[in-house]
Ligand binder design. Structure first.
Ligand code: SF4
Length: 311
């Protein structure tokens, strides 16, 4: 197949747009979508210090690379990279060196914060101790807290994540399937909350497979392995289902997000954003008196004490 723009060999067929694109035009197309989205949302403004959450996968690699390349001539805009090392044997230890390689290449400072140092246990250790929730719940609760706290501590005023179109469409569908419409409304917060570093998602308009191809064509260092706990989540099933739908009905993922965007204002009206308090234990922003990470930590501690008594 030939590229519809220049006649060179095509590397991708975008079913939803009907376009065949060669490597150079696919790179252009991905960058155009990301830059357009950043402009529309006024994501980056003069004086920003943006912390980029870096897992070492394709999405975070593409996020950091395009942000740094786009604003290379803007010394007033600063970037830092933060990696949370959850302590997942055979996974995170392979992806962290990729982040380091990319940060060195782009000249971005890189901070690593580990579950083990901060919480006292790796994710693997937590899951051996307690399994009342899905693995991703433990992981997500602590990772979100550490990312936010670290970004705030280094003086970043925004936190960029590598969420792509597929990720957000999966979250929309997952919350609908769980009947958790209040959580769905929180996907687009109405205002900035004290203590919470606002998040930006530059890749939100680009399908996952195009980000993967982009990272590959740009020769970005990234880790291709999958988290060993990924298959346990409902999200994995939703991902498979959406991919199947997308292949039979091209454009489904964009339609899900369009549908969500057209009802989000009604949702925000119904589910008003509640002002956050400070957790009485750690002082981090929280809806309740005790934040989720402190609740989980307390449970893990109790579980350990029980085991110590029995052993
Ligand atoms: Fe954490 Fe789940 Fe992602 Fe694995 S798949 S890194 S456990 S959130």
């Amino acid at each position: 197949m030939k590229c519809d723009k220049c006649g060179k060999e095509a590397v991708i067929f975008q079913k939803y747009s009907g376009m065949h694109l060669c490597a150079a035009h696919e790179i252009d197309d991905v960058e155009r979508k990301i830059k357009k989205h950043m402009r529309q949302e006024r994501m980056v403004i003069p004086g920003d210090h943006i912390a980029v959450a870096m897992s070492g996968g394709k999405d975070s690699a593409a996020t950091l690379s395009i942000l740094v390349e786009t604003f290379r001539k803007r010394p007033d805009i600063k970037f830092s990279a933060i990696t949370i090392d959850e302590g997942i044997e055979g996974y995170r230890n392979n992806s962290v060196p990729k982040v380091k390689e990319l940060c060195d290449k782009l000249g971005v400072s890189h901070i690593i914060v580990s579950f083990k140092d901060d919480i006292g246990y790796t994710l693997d250790e937590m899951l051996k101790r307690e399994r009342k929730e899905a693995s991703c719940t433990y992981c997500g609760v602590f990772r979100r807290m550490l990312l936010n706290r670290t970004a705030r501590e280094i003086g970043a005023n925004k936190l960029a994540t590598g969420h792509n179109l597929d990720d957000d469409a999966q979250v929309v569908l997952m919350n609908v399937m769980n009947g958790d419409i209040e959580r769905l409304a929180r996907l687009r917060p109405s205002r900035i909350q004290e203590g919470l570093v606002p998040r930006i998602k530059p890749l939100m308009d680009v399908p996952e497979r195009e980000i993967a191809l982009y990272a590959f064509l740009k020769k970005l260092p990234f880790y291709m392995g999958e988290c060993p706990y990924a298959h346990e989540s409902l999200r994995g099933e939703i991902k498979d289902m959406m991919n199947e739908f997308e292949s039979r009905h091209p454009g489904t993922k964009y339609s899900v997000m369009r549908g969500f965007d057209s009802m989000v204002e009604c949702l925000k009206e119904k589910y008003k954003q509640v002002p956050l308090e400070r957790c009485e234990v750690c002082g981090e922003p929280s809806i309740e008196k005790l934040c989720q990470p402190c609740k989980l930590k307390k449970r893990l501690r109790i579980e350990k004490e029980k085991r110590d008594i029995l052993s």
